[in-house]
Write a protein that binds this ligand. Structure first.
Ligand SMILES: [Fe+2]
Length: 257
């Protein structure tokens, strides 16, 4: 089974690029299941129409991250639609779900959306213990498991990759928006990459107009960040998973400008 994960879609330019490219990428790589992180579609957060657009572009599941609540209009959508996930280790009363099981080629694919804590908000529960709990709770109900860790710290993502090695088929990072070159299959068979990158404007600072980012770092008075426009790239990862052994047999990084 070939699983594609696409990095954080940033702004309307990123969304347009996804709409233009995703079908073709799926066809070219014979993808069976596609996960897209959509938490930066509205710069910060995502509107329901944008989630609809990501599904129409070819996503099977949308994942989110630290900006999940920035556009509150998404709250009823999260409660109604089981194909969009928010981080699983948020407070238990948070709307929506943090994991789900999706039928693909006759197999049950468990997708887990986690958020890190290192250099991020203090609110979420421990993502490592959350992963344990979910895997225990869902034991026997899924065939293949894939885990996204939306986190800032490379160390936290790497540790998660080893923690879940041999327990899930793939672990990948999102949030830092710059694709890392460390894709590999860990010793016990879990495909891993620290960050899959973003889908958004190339000439930007993580999606934001460079001059605004520079102004912030200079200490100038700044305005609300705006997403950059122009040429875009789509970053992602493809995991080839053996449905018998559940191990990742091949991993391929993609970057479409
Ligand atoms: Fe994020």
């Amino acid at each position: 089974m070939k699983v594609l994960a696409v990095g954080d879609v940033v702004g309307s330019a990123g969304l347009q690029h996804l709409k233009r490219r995703l079908r073709h990428i799926k066809q070219e790589n014979k993808i069976d299941f596609t996960i897209v992180n959509g938490e930066n579609c509205a710069g910060v957060g995502i509107f329901p129409q944008q989630a609809d657009d990501i599904f129409a572009a070819g996503a099977d599941v949308i994942t989110l991250g630290n900006h999940v609540w920035n556009r509150r209009q998404i709250v009823p959508y999260l409660e109604d639609n089981k194909y969009i996930l928010r981080p699983a280790n948020l407070a238990p009363q948070a709307p929506g779900d943090g994991f789900g099981i999706y039928d693909t080629l006759g197999y049950c694919v468990l997708v887990i959306n986690l958020i890190g804590r290192c250099e991020m908000a203090f609110g979420p529960d421990n993502p490592f213990l959350a992963a344990d709990k979910i895997l225990r709770q869902m034991e026997g109900k899924y065939d293949i498991a894939v885990c996204e860790i939306h986190a800032a710290a490379t160390s936290e993502k790497l540790a998660m990759g080893f923690y879940l090695d041999g327990r899930v088929s793939a672990v990948y990072g999102t949030h830092t928006h710059v694709q890392t070159a460390d894709e590999r299959v860990n010793p016990k068979g879990t495909g891993y990459i620290t960050d899959i990158g973003m889908t958004g404007p190339v000439w930007s600072v993580l999606g934001v107009k460079p001059q605004q980012s520079i102004a912030m770092f200079r200490g100038d008075l700044t305005e609300t960040f705006q997403t950059a426009e122009g040429e875009c790239a789509l970053g992602g990862i493809i995991f080839d998973i053996d449905t018998t052994t559940k191990k990742c047999t091949d991993i391929k990084r993609i970057f479409y400008r």
